[in-house]
Design a binder for this molecule. Structure first.
Ligand code: 5GP
Length: 188
């Protein structure tokens, strides 16, 4: 399989540079998979991917665990076409799985202010699951405005706009196989 791995990429008029490489992502995802295997052994968790951004991370996480598990999806509105959060959460697709009494693992691409994840965790808890855990590939800890417990983090990153590996900028860039940051933001 070949991957789209440019050094820089022009997306909607901005130039982005490599920030987290494919190798770094693979190593981290593999480690997270091992932790999940250990923590959820015998629990048959349901991984719930938050669309659209988490689709690639979810696919890799699922393939890095070896315990019996299930998958489902929920879809929320994203940033729209901007580089800053709209401050509003809109649910575009509900989960189909029955999660009452089950161990739920929410899989997100990035937690920024925490608004979306707080909403999702509260929504999941209303279904009375056995447990709710959160795994995110990226976490902008300094951007936190809404406190939410995150159990597994791929990478803590500064408050900068990133794309690639499922994350978009105005719907472009999701097919990049690594994470990119705005060229002008990388050194600051
Ligand atoms: P929050 O609700 O935590 O403020 O934002 C979470 C959502 O905002 C993510 O699921 C993602 O869709 C979007 N987001 C936050 N930061 C970034 C970023 O740096 N790049 C991209 N492409 N999306 C982001």
């Amino acid at each position: 399989m070949s991957y789209y791995l440019p050094e820089t990429v022009d997306c909607n008029g901005d130039t982005f540079k490599v920030f987290i490489t494919k190798e770094e992502i693979e190593a981290r995802v593999s480690l997270l998979g091992k932790k999940l295997d250990k923590d959820f052994e015998g629990k048959r968790p349901i991984f719930i991917g938050i669309l659209n951004g988490a689709f690639i991370f979810l696919a890799d996480i699922m393939r890095s665990v070896s315990i019996p598990c299930e998958v489902d999806f929920m879809k929320l509105s994203s940033y729209g076409d901007e580089k800053v959060s709209s401050g509003q959460v809109t649910e575009l697709k509900e989960i189909d799985a029955k999660v009452k009494g089950r161990h739920v693992v929410l899989v997100e691409d990035i937690v920024d202010t925490g608004l979306s994840m707080k909403y999702i965790v509260e929504r999941m808890n209303s279904y009375d699951p056995a447990s709710v855990s959160v795994v995110t590939l990226l976490h902008k800890k300094d951007a936190t405005k809404h406190e939410v417990q995150i159990d597994y983090v791929g990478f803590e990153i500064p408050t900068k706009f990133v794309l690639g590996y499922g994350l978009d900028f105005a719907q472009e860039g999701r097919n990049l196989a690594q994470i990119y940051v705005l060229d002008s933001e990388q050194e600051s």
